[in-house]
Design a protein around this ligand. Structure first.
Ligand code: KG4
Ligand code: ZN
Length: 366
């Protein structure tokens, strides 16, 4: 079969791959950001372990990705030859999964003769709000991003494509990690956030006061480890099997209130540190939490700022955000007269600080 192939620079859809943690995801976006297809597989092999096991994650990505790419192309009704570029998350994240995703993306890029674009996973979360149609009126720079997931908890000033300033981050656990650990203490399943939120709905927090580490302190760093320890102390008198439901629900409600208080306080400080912010954006799995969303919405309203949280499927790990970040990166590089794509010898990296992204927009030798 003869397939029409776009010239490498012609606007053509982009295929994106996400495999940095425990979600295997693919998406195809048109060059203007319209989502033509998206697929995601959440790995279940970690459930018995109560957390993500890197080796299991890497093997599951490898097993799932080739078929997922095929299914995504089918869903978009496109032959592989119609793709104009291939993108993948290449860091930060679990190195095994990153190697798998980047390897598949590079293999496709070579086989199809198309450019490969390496995407920073955190940058992808940061730019999601700019996907056309997501935020009414768009999401012009600069804006404040609160990223709260199982692996990340940070406030980022998003100033332009490639230009980010981390204003603060967690000094111990990520917010989602705290939810997951507290869920485990309460005998709930993994991931724990949704289970804690559901149980909290029927609980009275008043009898179970908990601390708010770093609340009111200068800056916008986060700490959840003292809160987690305080929950463990409240639970110490009870054997898990004999934990009365009203006690579990009350502690869940109190814990959730404490997290919402801490995060709202830290974000208020971050906004003080970024007086030019035009928008507050929340992303990451914990941004699904209703109590937290309500607090952030109230905080933004009090400052006359709009608040946006992408829909849940685009808040948690997904490949749409990877495709969109690749589109924004290619556009910004082209505008500077730089080659839009990356070298195939670019290696995935478990750490890739956002501050290093600006270097991709400097001409060689500049
Ligand atoms: O962004 P995400 O899907 O994956 C990464 O960690 O990258 O976030 C998952 C985290 C888990 O820790 C999960 O417990 C938490 O988000 N989470 C929630 C809620 N839904 C998911 N935490 C609090 N409330 C929720 N409704
Ligand atoms: Zn993520």
């Amino acid at each position: 079969m003869i397939m029409s192939s776009p010239s490498p620079d012609a606007p053509a859809p982009i295929l994106a791959i996400e495999s940095s943690c425990d979600d295997t995801a693919c998406a195809i976006l048109s060059p203007d950001g319209a989502i033509l297809a998206e697929t995601v597989l959440s790995q279940s092999g970690h459930i018995p372990f109560g957390g993500v096991v890197p080796e299991i994650a890497a093997r599951a990505h490898l097993a799932a990705l080739p078929d997922l790419v095929r299914r995504t192309l089918d869903a978009a009704r496109l032959p592989a030859g119609a793709l104009g570029a291939i993108a993948a998350s290449t860091g930060p994240g679990l190195i095994g999964g990153l190697i798998v995703g980047a390897g598949v993306a590079k293999g496709l890029a070579v086989a199809l003769g198309r450019p490969f674009v390496a995407v920073n996973h955190i940058e992808a979360h940061a730019l999601t709000a700019r996907l056309p149609g997501l935020v009414p009126g768009g999401a012009p720079f600069p804006y404040l991003l609160l990223l709260v997931s199982g692996g990340h908890c940070q406030c980022i000033a998003v100033e332009a494509v490639g230009h980010y300033r981390k204003l603060g981050g967690t000094i111990d656990d990520a917010a989602g990690e705290a939810f997951d650990k507290v869920a485990k203490m309460l005998g709930l399943g993994w991931p724990g956030g949704p289970a804690v939120e559901a149980l909290a709905r029927e609980g009275d927090p008043a009898p179970w006061p908990l601390p708010r580490p770093l609340h009111g302190r200068p800056g916008c760093d986060f700490s959840f480890s003292g809160l987690k320890t305080a929950v463990a102390q409240k639970l110490a008198p009870y054997a898990m099997e004999a934990l009365p439901r009203p006690v579990a629900a009350g502690i869940a409600a109190s814990f959730q209130d404490a997290v919402a208080d801490i995060v709202a306080d830290r974000v208020a400080h971050a906004l003080d540190m970024m007086p030019g912010a035009t928008l507050l954006v929340a992303a990451g799995g914990v941004a699904a939490n209703g109590a937290l969303r309500a607090r952030l919405d109230a905080l933004a309203r009090a400052r006359a700022l709009p608040f946006a949280a992408p829909p849940l499927r685009l808040c948690t790990d997904n490949a749409v955000m990877v495709g969109w970040a690749a589109i924004e990166t290619m556009r910004a590089r082209r505008a500077l007269g730089l080659p839009p794509a990356d070298d195939l010898d670019l290696l995935p990296r478990p750490r890739w600080p956002l501050e290093q992204m600006a270097a991709r927009f400097e001409a060689a030798g500049a």
